[in-house]
Design a protein around this ligand. Structure first.
Ligand code: FAD
Length: 321
C-alpha cells in the first residue's frame, strides 16, 4: 500500500492548500508506514516541484502534456487514477478545492474506491478500521465516516490541516499519461480572472458584511479593512441577491463554505443558513449594533456598536499596528 497526493497548481504556482494536502498525506503515509508520491499536472517549474519534498513528498510524477495545460475534470481524473495504479497507491489524497470537488468522485469511480470529501483531520486507523472526521450538513456538524473499501480517496478541506516541514527535496520524474480523446468531451478554452483580489476559498483572513451596511456605496470601508489586513471580502446572501456584491462573495448554505483563521462579520445577523458556511472559521469576530444578534452566540469576540463608527477605527488601528 502507498499514498498518492495530487498537487494542484494555479497558473504554475502552488497554493497554501497544496502544502497542507502534502503535509496531511505525508503524516498519513507515516502512520501507515508507507511511501508517499505526488502527481502534478501542468506547467510547474521543477524547482517548485522538488520543494514539495520539504513537506514530505519523496517522489513527484510530473505531467507536462500540452493537452493537459488547462484543467479538464475527466482527463485529470484519468491521469491521477493512472498514476495511482503505477504507484500501487491504495489511498489518493487531494484538496477539497473547487477543482478537487469535481475530481475526487471521478477518481473514486475509476479506482472503485470509497470517498471522503470535506475531511478535516487525519484518519483514525486501528483494528483494521479507517475512520475519517469530516464536515457534514454544510459545516453544521462533524461526521466520523468509515471507509471499508481497500482503495480510498480523501478530499481535505482547505485550512483544516497545518503545513509541516518534515522532509528535504523530492525527486521529479516525467510521467507520460495515456489520456484518451474521450476524456476531453468538454474543454476550458480560456480562464479570465475576474479580479486580482485574494481568492475567498483560500483566504486565511476574511472580512464579510451584510445588510447592516445599507447599500453598496458603503462597501469601501469593508474593502479598506480587508486591504489593511490582507484579507478577502465576503458577504451574506441578501447582499449578493440585491446585486450589492458579486455572487462569488456569497458565503453560507447556498454560497461557498469557508474556514479561514479569522472571519470578521460586519452587520450580519448570523442566520443559521449564513453560519452553515462560516462556523468552522478558527476565530469569529462579530460587529453588530444589536446585542441580541444571533451571531454573537458563536462569536469568539464581539463588538456591539455601529459598523460605520467601528470599522474605520479598526482599519486605522490595523494600519498603525
Ligand atoms: P439581516 O438579517 O437584515 O441582518 C442585518 C444585521 O445588521 C442585523 O443583525 C442588524 O442588527 C445589523 N445592523 C444593522 N445596521 C447596523 C449597523 N449600522 N452597524 C452594525 N450592525 C448593523 N444567507 C446567507 O448569508 N447565506 C446563505 O447561504 C443563505 N442561504 C439561505 C438558504 C435558504 C434556503 C434560506 C431560506 C435563507 C438563506 N439565507 C442565506 C438567508 C438567511 O436566512 C438570512 O436572511 C441572511 O443571512 C440575512 O442576511 P444579513 O444578516 O446580511 O441581513
Amino acid at each position: 500500500m502507498s499514498v498518492l497526493v495530487y498537487v494542484e497548481n494555479a497558473d504554475g504556482q502552488f497554493k497554501k492548500s497544496t502544502f497542507e494536502v502534502v503535509s496531511y498525506a505525508a503524516a498519513l503515509a507515516k502512520t501507515l508506514n508507507t511511501s508517499l508520491a505526488a502527481i502534478s499536472i501542468g506547467n510547474v517549474a521543477d524547482v517548485a516541484l522538488s520543494e514539495l519534498g520539504k513537506y514530505g513528498a519523496t517522489k513527484i510524477l510530473n505531467v507536462t502534456s500540452d493537452k493537459l495545460k488547462t484543467f479538464v475534470n475527466q482527463a485529470y481524473a484519468s491521469v491521477i487514477a493512472e498514476a495511482a495504479a503505477k504507484e500501487s497507491a491504495d489511498i489518493v489524497v487531494l484538496s477539497n478545492s473547487f477543482s478537487g470537488k469535481g475530481l475526487a468522485p471521478r477518481i473514486a469511480v475509476k479506482l472503485q474506491a470509497g470517498l471522503i470529501s470535506g475531511a478535516v483531520a487525519l484518519p483514525e486507523v486501528s483494528d483494521g478500521k479507517f475512520i475519517v472526521k469530516r464536515t457534514a450538513f454544510s459545516g453544521k456538524a462533524f461526521a466520523f465516516t468509515e471507509i471499508t473499501s481497500a482503495k480510498k480517496v480523501i478530499a481535505l478541506n482547505p485550512n483544516s490541516y497545518k503545513v509541516e516541514e518534515t522532509g528535504a527535496t523530492a525527486a521529479v520524474e516525467n510521467f507520460e499519461s495515456s489520456v484518451k480523446d474521450s476524456d476531453f468531451k468538454s474543454v476550458i478554452k480560456e480562464i479570465v480572472r475576474a479580479t486580482d483580489k485574494i481568492s475567498l476559498p483560500d483566504a486565511e483572513l476574511v472580512v464579510s458584511a451584510g445588510r447592516g451596511l445599507k447599500g453598496p456605496e458603503n462597501w469601501k470601508m469593508i474593502e479598506d479593512l480587508a486591504d489593511a489586513l490582507g484579507a478577502a471580502t465576503a458577504c451574506s446572501k441578501p447582499v449578493s441577491d440585491a446585486g450589492w456584491r458579486p455572487h462569488e462573495e456569497h458565503v453560507g448554505q447556498t454560497g461557498i463554505a469557508i474556514s479561514p483563521n479569522l472571519y470578521i462579520a460586519v452587520g450580519i445577523s448570523g442566520a443559521i443558513q449564513h453560519l452553515a458556511g462560516v462556523s468552522s472559521s478558527k476565530t469569529i469576530v462579530v460587529i453588530n449594533k444589536d446585542p441580541e444578534a444571533p451571531f454573537f452566540k458563536v462569536a469568539d469576540y464581539g463588538i456591539v456598536g455601529d459598523a460605520f463608527d467601528i470599522v474605520p477605527k479598526l482599519t486605522e488601528a490595523v494600519k498603525a499596528y
